[in-house]
Design a protein around this ligand. Structure first.
Ligand SMILES: Nc1ncnc2c1ncn2[C@@H]1O[C@H](COP(=O)(O)OP(=O)(O)OP(=O)(O)O)[C@@H](O)[C@H]1O
Length: 332
């Protein structure tokens, strides 16, 4: 059963450089969330702040009753055991084979006998589809396999929360699709809270239950996928649709004149991606994701607060059983 992460008013700077300010969001337990944002907006800094590797100037991040923004080093050591982290490059030790890489946290943090270490490592490697590759060195395998090995290592201490920093970086579209499916399958099997940092539009549209967006030192929005995928918020709409038109520029921020000219053009653009894309289901044979029902109940109880087009899209996406459950009549 995953654990909730409650972030409130978080602000982080390095010297005079403010990275982001006043970030508040809740990663609901057992749900998959994604944090999007252009390069350099501080997504990796955000992950590191959640686990207390970096300390913010203001705000709190409560995980299992502990505030990782202000707790003691000892408390931090304990609360970090709740986390499994997949770093951007997999962060594997080049001189160790995959078995030893995956076993590393178990040998470092537990006193399990080697037979138990072996059992757990083989189980996690099977979970990520790496059975048979135990003796390979990181330099001998593909980028996709390295990511999966990093994921297996993130799983060995049975984390309640998995943080994935750009799990798709350097992967081709097919491997990214496999990885997206793997994250959904892991969530179905483990009911773990997952936060994914990504630039990948496809992954963002089909994997997470909740989506957040960092831009210009602020969290633009964070909410359930139905709300975010139908949002007219310009930054979010530009990013999720991969458009050049919008506030996000090639370098940093566009000037106002360029922005106004593009907004005029934008009205003429037909947006084929707009709307609630179907979310990935677990692979056949796996249990359903427990988070789906919990989240749908939450979305339906907050439905009246959403913009009308979002409400319509949500209702249109309900099946007959959902309509009965939430007391909504058959479609006209
Ligand atoms: N330890 C540090 N000391 C000083 N500045 C840092 C440190 N870590 C990150 N930064 C700065 O914080 C900013 C945000 O970096 P971060 O890596 O979090 O961005 P990002 O959104 O993850 O980018 P990308 O998508 O390209 O990986 C950058 O300007 C970076 O130089």
């Amino acid at each position: 059963m995953g654990v909730e992460v409650a972030v409130e008013g978080l602000t982080k700077s390095f010297g005079a450089q403010n990275i982001w300010r006043d970030v508040s969001l809740v990663l609901p337990r057992g749900e998959v969330s994604a944090l999007l944002g252009p390069s350099g907006t501080g997504k990796s800094v955000f992950l590191k702040t959640i686990i207390g590797l970096l300390r913010p100037e203001r705000g709190s991040c409560v995980v299992g009753g502990v505030d990782t923004a202000s707790c003691s080093e000892h408390q931090l050591y304990e609360v970090r055991k709740l986390f499994g982290v997949l770093f951007q490059d997999g962060a594997l030790f080049g001189s160790m084979n995959l078995f030893d890489n995956v076993a590393f946290p178990l040998r470092e943090h537990t006193r399990k006998p080697e037979s138990e270490v072996r059992r757990i490592v083989l189980e996690k490697m099977e979970l990520v589809g790496l059975t048979g590759a135990e003796s390979k060195l990181p330099g001998e395998i593909s980028g996709g396999m390295r990511k999966r090995a990093g994921l297996a290592r993130a799983l060995v201490l049975d984390p309640e929360i998995i943080l994935c920093d750009e799990p798709d970086s350097g992967l081709d579209p097919v491997r990214t699709a496999y990885l997206s499916q793997l994250l959904i399958d892991l969530n179905a099997q483990l009911d773990t809270t997952i936060l994914i940092v990504t630039h990948n539009i496809n992954l963002a549209r089909t994997v997470p239950d909740n989506i957040g967006m960092l831009f210009r030192r602020e969290l633009v929005m964070f909410g359930p996928r139905e709300l975010m995928l139908t949002s007219e918020e310009p930054v979010l709409a530009q990013f999720l649709n991969g458009r050049r038109l919008g506030p996000i520029g090639m370098t940093e921020e566009k000037d106002q004149a360029a922005l106004a000219a593009e907004q005029a053009q934008l009205r003429a653009v037909t947006d084929t991606l707009y709307g609630i894309a179907p979310q990935l289901d677990p692979s056949p044979g796996l249990p359903p994701r427990l988070a789906v029902r919990r989240r749908k109940d939450r979305v339906m109880s907050a439905l009246h607060q959403f913009p009308i087009p979002t409400q319509r899209s949500v209702i249109a996406s309900l099946d007959a059983a959902d309509r009965t459950r939430y007391g909504i009549g058959a479609p006209a």
